[in-house]
Write a protein that binds this ligand. Structure first.
Ligand SMILES: Nc1ncnc2c1ncn2[C@@H]1O[C@H](COP(=O)(O)OP(=O)(O)OP(=O)(O)O)[C@@H](O)[C@H]1O
Ligand SMILES: [Mg+2]
Length: 305
């Protein structure tokens, strides 16, 4: 096995979900406990696995669990928690304004993304304990790049909040004429939460670079090659490890038109450094365990990259 965590990425419609499911199934067949999870808000992992999935991991094959986290539900839970904290802390007449503010925050796309990153980090934290391997099916390229960067992007924000809180605590201590010390981290629940959150984000950033690989999926078409090449450069530049590039939907020998044949040759050459794995175009849609296993046979998941 290459790394315990694999992100499957690539342009829209190339076969990310199908290959994430196939790869997860192949890993589970080698005896590992595997979780495959979808971070695409338009989930289709359940369709690929022919299983009905929800927020909570469900066992869909021996040693294989799958889930489709509900980012909107996570946002609603977080907002309800903040509203409850506010209800205890502010006068009743201020609450309508608090609710208006929270409604607005809740519908911002950034909130759903950060809730999704949180759900993903929860699952990453379970790797090594509940799961031996985690396979993440992602939405098209741009979304994956943002998702991988989120832990790093959120850290300075948490550090800033922490500093403000520490300053406020110190000011309180100075103002205390008797000279008693102000609230330290030990007795400041907010500061404790901020420190824990910062460590969690730093751990996730490090983990994404140490224990994760990105398997990009492409198909033999010039435009898809161009986008895959950009993603390879961006990911490598940001310090993420790349697995072999999966070239999917390869037509049978002799059946490829000249454009496809040329795009395939260019794809092999462009990704020679990363290495490529080729998956043939199937004549039936590869859904369900039996057909996914036939696809997975081409992925060679047992061998190191
Ligand atoms: N090797 C293959 N042979 C035949 N059909 C395939 C192959 N790989 C994927 N497909 C089919 O292509 C379609 C798109 O696949 P899939 O949903 O896995 O792509 P995706 O990259 O996850 O798409 P999206 O960007 O919308 O999430 C599906 O109907 C799937 O069954
Ligand atoms: Mg998909």
């Amino acid at each position: 096995m290459t790394a315990p965590i694999t992100f499957v990425g690539g342009k829209g419609g190339v076969g990310k979900t199908t290959l994430a499911a196939a790869r997860a199934l192949a890993l589970a067949d080698t005896g590992l406990r595997v979780l495959v999870l979808s971070t695409d808000p338009a989930h289709s992992l359940g369709d690929a696995l022919e299983a009905s999935l929800s927020d909570e991991p469900a066992e869909v094959a021996p040693r294989l669990w799958a889930c489709e986290p509900d980012a909107d539900a996570a946002v609603r839970r977080r907002i309800a928690q903040v509203a409850e904290d506010a209800r205890q802390a502010v006068p009743t007449e201020v609450m309508p304004a608090v609710h208006r503010h929270l409604d607005q925050a809740g519908s911002s796309p950034g909130m759903a993304e950060s809730a999704l990153a949180d759900l993903l980090i929860d699952r990453m934290d379970e790797v090594g304990d509940r799961w031996d391997a985690l396979v993440v099916d992602s939405a098209p390229t741009g979304h994956l790049l943002r998702l991988l960067h989120l832990p790093t992007l959120l850290t300075p924000w948490v550090v800033g909040l922490t500093r403000q809180r520490e300053r406020a605590n110190r000011a309180e201590a100075f103002a205390d004429v008797v000279g008693r010390s102000g609230p330290e981290e030990d007795d400041d629940p907010l500061l404790r939460r901020l420190h824990a959150r910062r460590h969690r984000l730093e751990r996730a950033s490090a983990r994404l670079r140490e224990d994760a690989v990105v398997a990009l999926v492409t198909v033999p078409r010039r435009m898809v090659l161009a986008e895959t090449a950009r993603a390879v450069d961006q990911l490598a530049g940001a310090g993420f490890a790349l697995d072999r590039v999966v070239v999917n939907q390869i037509p049978p020998e002799g059946a490829a038109g000249p454009d496809t044949a040329a795009a395939l040759a260019a794809t092999r050459e462009r990704f020679a450094a990363q290495g490529t794995v080729e998956v043939p175009l199937q004549d039936t849609e590869p859904t369900g365990a039996a057909r996914l296993r036939r696809l997975a046979a081409h992925l060679d998941t047992g061998a190191p990259a």
